[in-house]
Each structure stands twice: as structure tokens, then as C-alpha cells.
Design a protein around this ligand. Structure first.
Ligand code: IPM
Ligand code: MG
Length: 372
């Protein structure tokens, strides 16, 4: 069956890295008999410039009808005025919400070849292979908020509300628990139940869901401050972590440092809606931002976007072999010594590549696999 993928390059380095991910998808498609139709659309700052909206109606319509969506990154200094009524990030948040993508899967593994690229000691990193399942459509990101305004006493005041309902917690805990079942059987729920009411509900509901539906899992809770510490103290002991939206945002930037660079990490956002393949209509994006400082220079690391393409074929098209082939090609390129600047470390100058050259290496590795 033909796969319809909407490509939202977005801003900054977004279009550069998704460009490489699209080339990789075409290449694995040929090998695994999967034809693709790629439809570009606008999201974020570029959409504001072109249409005045960060999430144009046409983009939403295309994304909702696609089998999967591949996204680069949104945002940049051009649109950074926090006072502005329209901001690029609203496009991304609006898209996640409109498509009902409540579970964000962020796997963190350390490529053996990159152990030296992390700021952490090699012995701390050995065996790291974890998955953070971040709740994506609730919490303080979407709760009632008030922009700064003067209160009755004339003091400037603003607030955001971290709000969760039982069904919102149940469904994301289920996604995480199922993932843990298919991995090493260990689930850690992260909250701030010693202070926040929403976290006390989170902890109670998570405990119930796991006890009732997933009694075989090893299950524990961590407070988010302790989780932040244990993520760099004993990262290899984690299997699946499930947490609310804002905690997950912060912990996954931290966790990305285990892999050496933000540029390496992919993500998948899924909900209840299924595509014609009978699989989630997901949104796939590297976790890094638009990196305006290096945009347009052709030096960005495309591996996070390429690994997001691997997640796309796995989760939205059911092509596990194709996903593994992409992941193995990336690993082979790293083992051979090829690096982009962000992970260069002590790489020989000849092995330091730009965005497209790195994409070429991955494609060559995929084709080499073809011949064996
Ligand atoms: C992420 C990003 C987004 C978020 C921003 C760009 C709105 O940091 O995907 O982690 O906070 O969710
Ligand atoms: Mg983030």
C-alpha cells in the first residue's frame, strides 16, 4: 500500500535534516517494496511568514489525512518576541493537540561508537537503553493560563495551570506499560506528588492501571527532582519512564546528553487515531530545535531526523525490518568513524561531514546492506 507522508520541514535546520530523512525513506522504500508520496506543508515561523498562522488550515487538513507526518523543527529569533500574538511553537502544540497525539515516545540509546562524545563517564553510560514516554497534550502546556497583567494591587501577575484528568493519565500509562512489556519489563512513573495535586492523581491512577492491567511489570515511582539526578547517576537502570508533559520536556533534553548530542535523538508522537495501515497516524520529529545559529550552513546532524524516519516506518507502517535497516545503517556509519560537528570529538578531519554528506553515508550503508 502507498504511504502518504506529510513533510513539515519547519524552520532553521528543520528542512535540511528532514530532506535527508526523506531520501532515506525513499531508499528503504525501494528495498522493502514500500512506495511513498511526500507532501510538503508549512508549520511554525515559515507558516507565519507565508499565511499569518503558525498552523495553517491547509497543513492541518493534510496532516490529519496523512498516514504519518515527518517534522523538522520550528522557531527562531525572527519570531522570538514573547509578546507576539502568534508564535511558531503554537503551530507545533496546536498540531499535537489537534491530531490527539497524547503519547510522545523518546528512546535514548547510546551508540557504542559515541560513548566518548558524551560529557558523562563511559562507565556510567554502558548499557543505557531507555524510553521516555512523555504525555503530550495535557498539563501546564494546555491548562488555563493568564498572560502577565496587573492584579488588584497593581502587581504584574501571570499563571499556567497543570491540569490532568484520570482518562488522560490512564491512556498514556497504558502506552508506556505496553512498551515496557515489549522491552525489559520495567516501568518508572515520574511525578512531584509531594507537592502537586495533579501529581498525586497521576501517581494513584498510574498505580491502579499497572496493578490491574500490567501486574507482571516491575513498577516504581520517582519524584521528578530525584529522577533528574538518577538519569545521570544510574541511567542504565531505567527501562521505560512515563511522565507528564513539562517534566518529560525537561527530562528528555537532559537524557539526550547521554547519547552525546541532541542531534541524535528521534521521537514519535502517537494517539488513538489509526491510519489505513491499522497503525497510529503518528508525528515523527527529532527532539532537537531549529538551531538558528547553524541554519542554512549544511552542517546540522541529520541522524535524529533519519532515526525519526525509522520510527515512522516502524510505528505507522509496520515495517520493522526497514526500521532496523535504517538504525543499523546509522550505527555502521558511526562505527566507521563518520561524524557531524556536534558529535565530532576527536574524529579525523576527513571523517567530519556536513548534513548531506552524512545522509549520503547512511544511504551508502543501506545500499551496501542490499548487496549482501
Ligand atoms: C519539544 C520542544 C517543544 C516542547 C517546544 C518547541 C514547544 O521543546 O518537543 O521538546 O516544549 O514540547
Ligand atoms: Mg523540548
Amino acid at each position: 500500500m502507498h504511504a502518504k507522508v506529510v513533510v513539515l520541514g519547519g524552520d532553521g535546520i528543520g528542512p535540511e535534516v528532514t530532506g535527508q530523512a526523506v531520501r532515506v525513506l525513499r531508499t528503504v522504500g525501494e528495498r522493502y517494496g514500500q512506495s511513498f508520496e511526500f507532501e510538503p506543508a508549512l508549520l511554525g515561523g515559515c507558516a507565519i511568514d507565508a499565511t499569518g498562522s503558525a498552523l495553517p488550515e491547509a497543513t492541518l487538513r493534510l496532516a490529519a489525512a496523512a498516514d504519518a507526518v515527518l517534522l523538522g523543527a520550528v522557531g527562531g529569533p525572527r519570531w522570538d518576541n514573547p509578546q507576539a500574538a502568534v508564535r511558531p511553537e503554537q503551530g507545533l502544540l496546536g498540531l499535537r493537540k489537534a491530531l490527539g497525539l497524547f503519547a510522545n515516545l523518546r528512546p535514548v540509546a547510546v551508540a557504542p561508537a559515541l560513548i566518548g562524545a558524551s560529557t558523562l563517564k563511559p562507565e556510567t553510560l554502558a548499557g543505557v537503553d531507555l524510553l521516555v514516554v512523555r504525555e503530550l497534550t495535557g498539563g501546564a502546556y494546555f491548562g488555563p493560563r493568564q498572560e502577565a497583567q496587573l492584579d488588584a494591587a497593581g502587581v504584574e501577575t501571570a499563571f499556567d495551570t497543570m491540569i490532568y484528568t484520570r482518562p488522560e493519565i490512564e491512556r498514556v500509562v497504558r502506552v508506556a506499560a505496553r512498551a515496557a512489556q515489549s522491552r525489559r519489563g520495567k516501568l518508572t512513573s515520574v511525578d512531584k506528588a509531594n507537592v502537586l495535586a495533579s501529581s498525586r492523581l497521576w501517581r494513584r491512577v498510574a498505580t491502579e492501571v499497572v496493578a490491574r492491567e500490567f501486574p507482571g511489570l516491575i513498577f516504581d515511582h520517582l519524584l521528578v527532582d530525584a529522577a533528574a539526578m538518577h538519569l545521570i547517576r544510574r541511567p542504565a537502570t531505567f527501562d521505560v519512564i512515563v511522565t507528564e508533559n513539562l517534566f518529560g520536556d525537561i527530562l528528555t533534553d537532559e537524557a539526550s546528553m547521554l547519547s552525546g548530542s541532541m542531534g541524535m535523538l528521534p521521537s514519535a508522537s502517537v494517539g488513538a487515531d489509526l491510519n489505513p495501515f491499522g497503525l497510529p497516524r503518528g508525528l515523527y520529529e527529532p527532539i532537537h530545535g531549529s538551531a538558528p545559529d547553524i541554519a542554512g550552513q549544511g552542517v546540522a546532524n541529520p541522524l535524529g531526523a533519519i532515526l525519526s524516519a525509522a520510527m515512522l516506518v516502524r510505528h505507522s507502517l509496520g515495517l520493522e525490518d526497514a526500521a532496523l535497516a535504517i538504525e543499523q545503517a546509522v550505527a555502521a556509519v558511526l562505527t566507521a568513524g563518520y561524524r557531524t560537528a556536534d558529535i565530532a570529538g576527536a574524529a579525523k578531519p576527513d571523517f567530519c561531514l556536513g548534513t548531506e554528506a552524512m545522509g549520503n553515508q547512511v544511504m551508502d550503508a543501506l545500499r551496501r546492506k542490499d548487496n549482501v
